[in-house]
Write a protein that binds this ligand. Structure first.
Ligand code: NAD
Length: 640
């Protein structure tokens, strides 16, 4: 094995020493894999009570990932080396965060980038007089990664934005304040503490050696940081520097001018997205990876390394301008990557899952659950085979004795029929999760029936389409009890990137139809505006460039542009093959209008959208076309 890392067991501890002091213990791919292998072996080893991780030499715990090989391969057009490195490194970072035994990291000197990934996610993170911790990635054209955005998003106020964008180095008190470290232990006590940990295998020794941390300078500046770094976009932050001149504003602006605008814009976006729900390291890594996967080709990562490490001229030529960063570039960097989902080590709690309805959506979802290690039994009235999923002959067979049963069916009537069949044979305490899009009344009726039989119901419709089901990046909108939500959440996290608990049974469907009513309306508005723009002689690309960054922006134009050849790739670029078929949009709009009638809600735009899609699907050529094919429809029509 390489001497760059020393892995031993001593007394009751597993001990990992990063051993490249001349390279500030920079983390190579090989070292990452070696750490993961050791942690996997110690996870169930009764002789290992805790893990110590430390860096050799005086200057650093670990000053970052070793990116020289990424540069060499990247400049040769071989991007897979870097991508594989990141995927494996991120799996290690998440593993350390959920490791079942204490991991005690000793963070002296520099702990940066990749060093934060192996040093700051464990359970006990110790700092000392020399500690300097930072996430400097924006300086080399990357977003803070290795789960750094999880720590940044969890830091007080807008400190995460400040640290991520400026790469400010935290001393020990700051690192504890920001949530990157836990305890201050004077460095001359470290060997004694390590010896105590090795002998006793008990982390309470850390308390004994801890001393009060020096005061945090960042804590004193928190209000100022919140004021300047609270903006939604990079442009808002820059405007704040101008509107509220101060030494702090000048100093911050100077740093922002050095860093990559695209990486900074994406960092802000990731932090904001993470804070929209409860941040988790897995979600953070997924978002970070979307950027890093594209960083060689579509970002300025290679230029960033060239300037910082290869030529050391420290004057990177970034592609985007700080004052004029196109938001669409940021959203492109953070779009899901088709066919790639990060794999994390699962806790050893494989569930028995029945999956009923293995169509366009359900087939992918069931496959993703199986490939994450769950035992999945599937049933569909059509004869389908899904990789990793055992076939059941009946719905009852797929439901009996399962921990969770998931349905992904065409409509409410079929859902009710299937529920009648399977609920009586399901185990008490099992979860029945319906992910189909159905009417709120069916969802609530099935939920009542389940509860009466001791089964926990959730209605969990999805958005994200077939692409999202395949890539495991769906959004789940969930109605049901908190207990049922918590039990099903790990499965949603495999099949999707976000699950929102919307309240009691039926509320998931309510959220879904409200969302899709907005989508139907905005898609029509976007398509008719493009058709009008055509007739006014406005170029479609110019229209996109303006609207996607102005107040007319919406998911319909920014992420799913109905005009072929404009914006990110969407079904319009594939002759409007669905994606999301117009008849499914019609179904959802009808559900919203039925719900509006029974709730006595006035939804005139939803009603109009439903009628437009009805005409398109039933009277015109819309059946079997993507719902964005409204654009050629409007183009071919005249004002009546
Ligand atoms: P689909 O028609 O491809 O799949 C439905 C599957 O259910 C089919 O394979 C069918 O054979 C099976 N089925 C029908 N009756 C059954 C029964 N009694 N027992 C077992 N299996 C039965 O449809 P889909 O696109 O996978 O959509 C499924 C659900 O997801 C729908 O409610 C849809 O509105 C919703 N949805 C779809 C999309 C999308 O983009 N396709 C996006 C979000 C939500």
């Amino acid at each position: 094995m390489t001497q760059d890392i020393l892995i031993t067991t001593q007394g009751q501890a597993g001990r990992i020493t990063l051993n490249r002091p001349d390279a500030l213990n920079a983390l190579s791919y090989e070292m990452c894999l070696a750490i993961e292998e050791a942690l996997l072996a110690w996870r169930r080893d009764p002789d290992v009570a805790l893990v110590i991780i430390e860096g050799a030499g005086d200057r650093a715990f670990c000053a970052g990932g070793d990116i020289s090989e990424m540069y060499r391969t990247g400049t040769a057009g071989e991007y897979e080396y870097g991508r594989q490195f990141w995927r494996d490194e991120y799996r290690l970072n998440a593993f350390m965060a959920s490791y079942p035994k204490p991991i005690v990291s000793f963070l002296h000197g520099f702990t940066m980038g990749g060093g934060v990934g192996v040093g700051c996610h464990g359970s006990h993170r110790i700092v000392c007089e020399t500690s300097q911790i930072a996430m400097p990635e924006c300086g080399i054209g990357l977003v803070p990664d290795v789960g750094g955005t999880y720590l940044l998003a969890s830091a007080p106020g807008r400190l995460g934005e400040y640290l991520g964008l400026t790469a400010t180095r935290m001393k020990s008190g700051d690192a504890i304040y920001a949530g990157f470290a836990d305890r201050f232990v004077p460095q001359d006590e470290w060997e004694l503490l390590k010896a105590a940990l090795i002998t006793t295998g008990d982390v309470t020794a850390i308390e004994e050696y801890s001393a009060p941390a020096p005061e945090s300078e960042l804590a004193k500046r928190q209000d100022q940081i919140n004021r300047y770094f609270g903006g939604e976009r990079l442009g808002d932050i820059l405007n704040g520097f101008v509107a509220m001149p101060s030494d702090f504003a000048d100093a911050s602006l100077k740093v922002l001018k050095r860093n990559d605008p695209l990486a900074m814009g994406a960092t802000l976006e990731i932090l904001h997205r993470l804070r929209m729900g409860t941040p988790t390291i897995e979600k953070a890594l997924e978002l970070e990876y979307r950027f890093t996967h594209r960083a060689h080709e579509d970002g300025d990562f290679l230029e960033g390394i060239r300037a910082a490490i290869i030529d050391k001229d420290r004057s990177p030529q970034w592609t985007r301008k700080l004052e004029a960063l196109p938001l669409v570039d940021v959203s492109k960097m953070l779009r899901p990557i088709p066919g790639i989902k990060l794999q994390f080590h699962q806790e050893e709690t494989a569930m028995k899952i029945g999956f009923i309805g293995l169509g366009n959506m359900g087939g992918h979802m069931a496959r993703n659950l199986a490939s994450a290690g769950h035992q999945v039994t599937g049933f569909d009235t059509a004869d389908v085979s899904i990789e990793g999923v055992s076939k059941a002959g009946t719905a009852v067979e797929a439901a009996k004795g399962m921990d969770v049963v998931i349905t992904m069916l065409p409509n409410g009537a079929i859902l009710r029929a299937v529920a009648d069949e399977i609920l009586p044979v399901m185990s008490a305490g099992a979860v029945f999760a319906d992910c189909s899009t159905v009417d709120v009344d069916s969802a609530r009726a099935v939920a009542e029936q389940a509860q009466a039989l001791g089964v926990m119901p959730v209605d969990a419709p999805v958005s994200g389409g077939v692409g999202g089901a395949d890539a495991g990046t769906l959004t789940f909108m969930v109605g049901g009890s908190a207990e049922a939500f918590d039990k099903t959440k790990p499965l949603f996290d495999i099949m999707g990137q976000k699950a929102v608990h919307c309240g009691p049974s039926g509320n998931g469907q309510a959220a879904k139809i409200c969302n899709n009513m907005i989508l139907g309306v905005t898609m029509i508005a976007t398509c008719e505006a493009f058709a009008l723009a055509d007739k006014l002689g406005l170029d479609r690309q110019a229209m996109f460039d303006v609207v996607s960054t102005s107040s007319g922006a919406s998911w319909s134009i920014n992420a799913y542009c109905p005009a072929p050849g404009v914006g990110p790739t969407s079904p319009s670029d594939n002759d409007y093959k669905p994606g999301f078929a117009a008849e499914l949009m019609l179904k959802d709009l009808r559900l919203s209008q039925d719900a509006a009638s029974s709730a006595d809600a006035d939804t005139p735009m939803g009603q109009l959208a439903a009628e437009q899609y009805r005409q398109f699907v039933e009277d015109e050529d819309g059946q079997g076309r993507d719902f964005s094919a409204m654009l050629p429809r409007f183009v071919s029509r005249r004002r009546s």
